[in-house]
Write a protein that binds this ligand. Structure first.
Ligand code: NAD
Length: 457
């Protein structure tokens, strides 16, 4: 961990230097119920506030986010490690889509009228009650933004628990919204998994969770006992398929960027690459050349492409996978050089086979694994041979690549681009990468209870 937690205090440590960055008070797990009770007491009035007024209140955050962007970005880099331009990019991306997102929520949650020859019905998207928002450390500003805002806009009150790896960014996010919202409509608790578990068990109606598949499974089974609603966005093992007619440079640019950005700590990182034999030599060489040009170092310094891993624990997990892959026959084409502290050098592995553990388990680190395949059918079969199903990418001639994309089992598939869809579309994991989803009209509605009022004509 790059935090130090005592009973009372959680101190964030810079993963590049080990220096303390700041601290927050820990919420004792036994006090979580009281916090949730405050959120419940505030919920009736917030739910009665008309949707348009809730949206207007939330809109006030735009200026506050802009005013604090620089400061929060610096703190984010200090406590999480990503290069400063990426921290600015994360917050800037959130701000740039924020107003349009609020408009979209207002549209999605407006009452609908339906009629047939006998009945007039109004369909309402009502709040569920109190929402727990539990988020990870890899995008510590964007992840809360994506689940807390639709929950609040829908008339729920929210108790959020940021990751214990990035409590300062979570606190800075919460402070912006606590400043503009009525008292107790948004509350924040700090701590580790125990606080998360206590929150899931508490008197909440919805758990919006972004994190690992294992924690998601635990949350789903706990929530099931009380039939609580869940929206789970979980881990992945995203494949990339490179067809023989792909633009080699475009494919290599994407492969390197999407395998190594945020030090590989992205839920939709490219973790497996299947390349058709005909283009494999050129593609591998282009990936290796680009990887060697990456600068690894303290994300606060200029010219750095890749910062440290979040923690020594995450580094050990990645190095263990790497060692095992080498024992199982992988070739290190570049990288895998010793690095101090929490740093891991971006590494390209070739000669992969599909029975290697690293081709199956989430890595969440800067390792690009390239496996040669004889044709697109083999690529599709291997890409789909996973319990995960978050993102995928196919590079090749557009028509052929689109045909391959439709055979993949992931929730979001990019053809000659990353997997994220156009604005207005959801962020959705299939299979064991998600259970429910957020964003887009239907995503916003998952934070609501549908209710009908009908009368005869
Ligand atoms: P994690 O599951 O360990 O922790 C996420 C959050 O859940 C933290 O706040 C943690 O304290 C809490 N938590 C852990 N176990 C819990 C439990 N049983 N009950 C309640 N709360 C619990 O994940 P992480 O290491 O913080 O983040 C990395 C994971 O998140 C990766 O698997 C990554 O793929 C995934 N992720 C997914 C998305 C997506 O949109 N699908 C986005 C970002 C990250």
């Amino acid at each position: 961990m790059t935090t130090a937690m005592t009973t009372n205090e959680l101190t964030s440590l810079n993963p590049a230097t080990g220096d303390p960055v700041g601290s927050v008070p820990v919420t004792p797990a036994a006090e979580v119920d009281e916090v949730v009770a405050r959120a419940r007491a505030a919920q009736t009035a917030w739910a009665r506030t008309p949707l348009a007024d809730r949206i207007s209140i939330l809109r006030k955050a735009t200026d506050l986010m802009k005013a604090r962007q620089e400061t929060i970005a610096e703190q984010l880099t200090a406590e999480m490690g990503k290069p400063l331009k990426d921290s600015n990019g994360e917050i800037g991306y959130g701000i740039s889509g924020y107003d349009a997102e609020l408009d979209e929520i207002a549209e999605a949650l407006a009452p609908e009228t339906h009629e047939d020859e006998r009945t007039n019905t109004t369909l309402f998207h009502d709040p569920l009650g109190v929402c727990a928002a539990i988020t990870p450390w890899n995008f510590p500003f964007l992840m809360p933004l994506q689940v807390v805002i639709p929950a609040l806009a829908a008339g729920n009150t929210v108790v959020m628990k940021p990751s214990d790896e990035t409590p300062l960014t979570g606190q800075a996010f919460a402070e912006i919204f606590m400043e503009i919202l009525p008292k107790d409509v948004l509350l924040v608790i700090h701590g580790g998994d125990d606080q998360g578990k206590a929150l899931v068990k508490s008197d909440v109606n919805l758990i919006a969770f972004v994190g690992s598949r294992e924690a998601g499974q635990h949350i789903l089974s706990t929530a099931g006992a009380d039939l609580k609603r869940v929206v789970l966005e979980l881990g992945g093992k995203d494949p990339m398929i490179v067809l023989s007619d792909a633009d080699v440079n475009a494919a290599a640019d994407f492969a390197v960027n999407n395998s190594f950005r945020n030090c590989g700590q992205v839920c939709v990182s490219t973790e497996r690459i299947y390349v058709e034999e005909g283009i494999a030599d050129d593609f591998e060489n282009a990936v290796i050349e680009r990887t060697k040009a990456l600068n690894v170092g303290n994300g606060s310094e200029d010219g750095i492409n890749i910062g440290p891993m979040i923690s020594s624990r995450q580094k050990e997990h990645v190095l263990d996978q790497l060692d095992k892959a080498k024992q199982q026959g992988a070739t290190v084409a570049c990288g895998d050089t010793p690095a101090d502290g929490n740093f891991v050098m971006p590494t390209v592995l070739t000669g992969m086979s599909h029975d290697m553990d690293i081709m199956r388990d989430e890595t969440f680190g800067p390792i690009a694994c390239i496996m040669r395949v004889t044709n697109e059918n083999e690529a599709v079969e291997l890409a789909n041979d996973t319990p995960y199903g978050l993102g995928a990418a196919v590079y090749g001639e557009a028509g052929r690549a689109s045909g391959v994309a439709r055979q993949l089992t992931a929730g979001m598939i990019g053809v000659n681009q990353g997997c994220g869809g156009a604005s207005g579309t959801p962020w959705v994991g299939a299979q064991q990468s998600g259970y429910g989803y957020h964003s887009g009209h239907n995503g916003h509605r998952q934070f609501t209870q549908v209710r009908l009022v009908s009368q005869p004509k």
